[in-house]
Ligand binder design. Structure first.
Ligand SMILES: C[S@@+](CC[C@H](N)C(=O)[O-])C[C@H]1O[C@@H](n2cnc3c(N)ncnc32)[C@H](O)[C@@H]1O
Length: 211
């Protein structure tokens, strides 16, 4: 069975093939059809999680804390279907682009912050967010998720992409993923996992809820 898409996300035909799409101002040169714009799963781990049918448990309108926003490719789609969306990124250069993306999206709040230091943005992010979306692609990915658990409501969801090569380029990805899942279990119950091929090599998508 195919899992339901969040409200505000649809499948639509673009140039003869069915693609994910959200409604909003284009951001990265993606194809558009009226108000709809392609959500390119090849450029988005969360998009790949949807394409690969992980059950994200999102219905649309959620409050989201997004960790590793970069220039805003994926978080722009999230802000198209979600409620208040806090976008954390620690590299100043992409944050400049992210600020531009947020200019047309009232619910998108860019934060130039380090996701390993949640205490530095705890005063800005509202309590009990519905979802944490994480794509930091850096060593210690599970630790980042555990440290940010404090923002998540008890019924909330962690939707994380774990990049094996960011942890250890020499180890088998499956071994890296097992360790990351073990680390996540300190704060989360794992609900679903799935590899993100063919969109992203050696990445694991993880859906979890707070323990
Ligand atoms: C793979 S890219 C994210 C792509 C983005 N999620 C998207 O789909 O549009 C990973 C991003 O995480 C950021 N990042 C890595 N570690 C971080 C940290 N500790 N705090 C905040 N951002 C971090 C990097 O600077 C990079 O921009």
């Amino acid at each position: 069975m195919t899992n339901q898409l969040p409200n505000g996300v649809t499948r639509r035909t673009f140039d003869g093939s069915e693609r994910l799409a959200t409604r909003g101002t284009p951001v990265y040169g993606e194809p558009t059809d009226g108000d709809w714009r392609v959500w390119d799963a090849g450029r988005s781990k969360l998009g790949a999680m949807l394409e690969n049918d992980l059950d994200l448990g999102l219905s649309g309108g959620e409050t989201v804390l997004y960790l590793g926003a970069a220039s805003g490719t994926t978080v722009s789609h999230v802000a198209d279907f979600a409620g208040p969306t806090y976008a954390v990124e620690f590299a100043p250069r992409p944050v400049r682009d992210l600020v531009g993306v947020a200019a047309g999206r009232e619910n998108l709040i860019p934060l130039l912050k380090d996701a390993r230091k949640p205490e530095t943005y705890g005063h800005v992010v509202e309590a009990n967010v519905d979802a944490i979306v994480q794509d930091v692609a850096t060593q210690g990915q599970a630790r980042v998720a555990v440290e940010n658990r404090r923002f998540l409501g008890d019924d909330g969801r962690l939707l994380a992409a774990i990049k094996a090569r960011s942890e250890d380029v020499t180890r088998e990805p499956e071994a890296v993923f097992e360790d990351a899942l073990d680390d996540l279990r300190e704060a989360y119950e794992i609900l679903d996992t799935g590899r993100l091929e063919p969109y992203h090599d050696d990445h694991l998508g993880v859906v979890a809820r707070p323990r």
